[in-house]
Design a protein around this ligand. Structure first.
Ligand SMILES: NC(=O)c1ccc[n+]([C@@H]2O[C@H](COP(=O)([O-])OP(=O)(O)OC[C@H]3O[C@@H](n4cnc5c(N)ncnc54)[C@H](OP(=O)(O)O)[C@@H]3O)[C@@H](O)[C@H]2O)c1
Length: 256
């Protein structure tokens, strides 16, 4: 697929992967709709991208808040006839052991990572169905296949994203709407900066964004990287529950 002169919406564009993706899309004369809560960060990005030829529109929105999403997207739908590519990338993660169990953080993680896709989708699906074209990209994770100790809510949220998008992809085929699931390994962003565990093959954010950008261009159904992490995550996923838990609890004991 050619990615120029398109209208591209990106959630979580103020930082990390979303920001790096916005830079790549901006280079190709696309019209960008960038969404996040920190508008000052979005404004900085817009200034940085002002040398490119595309147009950039900024929206402040907490994607985990359904009424904020409906108000913001009502505005977007008034101002734009169509969205060609919607990238649902906004995400949160907190390390949470059983000693600091916090349901508010769980709500923030599941609210942003999963409902932060569901609420905007509710607003945009009618546009995609009517036009019978377009691409929906959801950023999940290679951590979608097992419950990792201390990151259970994050893994659960990403499992929900991957499984939901799989069904959606099948359902939208007859409407000619492509659904792409992105599953990165570890990427160097603000999200991973706070992790206190080893992160094998931690990848620079620009490299990750360029893999995602090229994957969207090629119309891949699943964009997952880096390959060694994809293979290990598959193998970990195949382990019987008892063996997985035995090995994972050895690692978890070392972690404390
Ligand atoms: N980094 C990794 O290793 C890695 C690996 C696999 C998957 N991922 C996924 O990649 C995506 C991007 O993460 P990142 O690593 O780039 O993290 P990041 O640098 O922390 O960026 C997260 C982005 O999401 C936005 N966001 C968070 N909560 C939001 C909310 N409630 N409403 C609207 N925007 C919100 C943030 O903007 P504001 O704070 O301004 O709202 C920010 O722009 C996430 O879905 C993450 O789970 C990351």
């Amino acid at each position: 697929m050619k990615i120029n002169n398109k209208t591209v919406l990106i959630t979580g564009a103020s930082s990390g992967i979303g920001k790096a993706l916005a830079k790549l899309f901006a280079k190709e004369r696309n019209k960008l709709i960038l969404i996040a809560r920190r508008t000052e960060k979005l404004e900085e990005l817009k200034d940085e991208l002002s040398g490119n030829n595309g147009e950039i529109y900024l929206y402040k929105c907490d994607v985990s808040n359904s009424s904020e999403v409906s108000n913001t997207f009502a505005d977007i739908k008034t101002n734009f006839d169509s969205i060609d590519i919607a990238i649902f990338n906004a995400g949160q993660s907190y390390l949470m052991s059983v000693k600091n169990f916090d349901s508010h953080k769980a709500e923030a993680i599941i609210g942003t990572n999963f409902f932060g896709i569901v609420y905007p989708l509710e607003q945009l699906l009618p546009l995609f169905l009517e036009r019978k074209s377009g691409t929906i990209v959801g950023v999940s994770s290679l951590a979608d296949n097992r419950g990792f100790a201390g990151s259970g809510f994050y893994c659960a949220s990403k499992a929900a994203v991957s499984v939901y998008l799989e069904g959606l992809s099948v359902e939208l085929k007859k409407y000619n709407v492509k659904v792409i699931t992105v599953k990165p390994g570890f990427v160097k962003t603000a999200m991973t900066a706070k992790n206190n565990f080893p992160m094998p093959m931690l990848m620079p954010v620009d490299k990750a964004a360029s893999i995602i950008f090229n994957g969207i261009k090629k119309g891949k159904r699943i964009i997952q990287f880096p390959l060694p992490m994809v293979i290990s995550s598959r193998l970990i996923g195949l382990l019987p529950a008892g063996i997985y838990e035995f090995l994972a609890s050895k690692f978890d004991r070392k972690r404390k």
